[in-house]
Design a protein around this ligand. Sequence first.
Ligand SMILES: C[S@@+](CC[C@H](N)C(=O)[O-])C[C@H]1O[C@@H](n2cnc3c(N)ncnc32)[C@H](O)[C@@H]1O
Length: 247
Amino acid sequence: MNTDTLTINKTSWDEVAQNFFGRTALPEYGPFAPDEKELNLFGDLNHKKVLDIGCGSGHSLKYMHEKNADELWGLDLSSSQIQAATELLEGMTAKLFQSPMEVNPGIPESHFDIVYSIFALGWTTNLEQTLTNINHYLKPGGSFIFSWEHPLFSRVRNTEHGLLFSKSYHEEGPYEHEAWNHPAIMQQHKTSTYVNSLVKAGFKIEKIIEEIRVSEELLSRDSNRWYNWEKVKAVPTTIIFKCQKNK
Ligand SMILES: C[S@@+](CC[C@H](N)C(=O)[O-])C[C@H]1O[C@@H](n2cnc3c(N)ncnc32)[C@H](O)[C@@H]1O
C-alpha cells in the first residue's frame, strides 16, 4: 500500500466528489459500454449480501436495494463520497466504511454472495492485496464483478494523423491523471496482469467483456473529448470481468 498516493487521492476525491455524484453507477458499467440490463451479470439479487468496493456516492448500492438485496455494504477512500452515500442511502441500513480498499476496515470474511466494483478498482495501489481481500470477503462460489477503464484506452490519443500510442502497452504502474485540476494518481495494468492477479487471488474467470455501445451522443462528440467516436470505434472504453471465488 502506498500511503502517499492514498493521501493525494483522498484529498483529490474529497474535492471532486460532488462532480461525480451518481456518475458511473449501476446499471451502467462504464462510458459507452453495455449495461447490466443487457448483460445481466448479477442475476437475481433477491436476499443477496453485497459489498461495493469504491462505492462513491452510493448509487450502485441504491440500485442493489431496489433489486431487493438483503445486506448493503460499501467502502470508499473519500470521506466526501461516504458522506454523500450515507445521505443517499438513508433508511436503507447500509454499512459504509471510509477506508482504502487495500486494507480490511472490519468487513466480515466468507460473508458475501457478491462483491462488485464499478470504475474504482484501478485506483488501488496494491492490486494483489485488494483482490486477496475481496476473495476473503466472499463466500466460496461467490461472484466478483468489476468494471474499469480498458487498459488500452488511456494509452491511445487522437491526433491529426489518426490514432497514436502515447504510451507503451507494456508499461505498468502509477501515472498522473490529467483530467482534473487536482493531482491524482491512477494505476495502469495490462489485461494479463488483471487475469493473472485474479487467478493468484483464488478466482475463476467466467467472462470478460470489451464491447462498446454506440449512441447518437457519442457520434456527435468533438474529437478532442476524452471519449470520442474516432477513438471509441477502434479502442474499447471499458473492460468488465465476472469471476467466481474458487469453492
Ligand atoms: C468513479 S468513482 C466510483 C463510482 C461508484 N462505484 C458508483 O457506483 O457510484 C471511483 C471511486 O473510487 C474511490 N477510490 C479511489 N481510490 C480508492 C482506494 N484506494 N480505496 C477505496 N476507494 C478508492 C474514489 O473515492 C471514488 O469514490
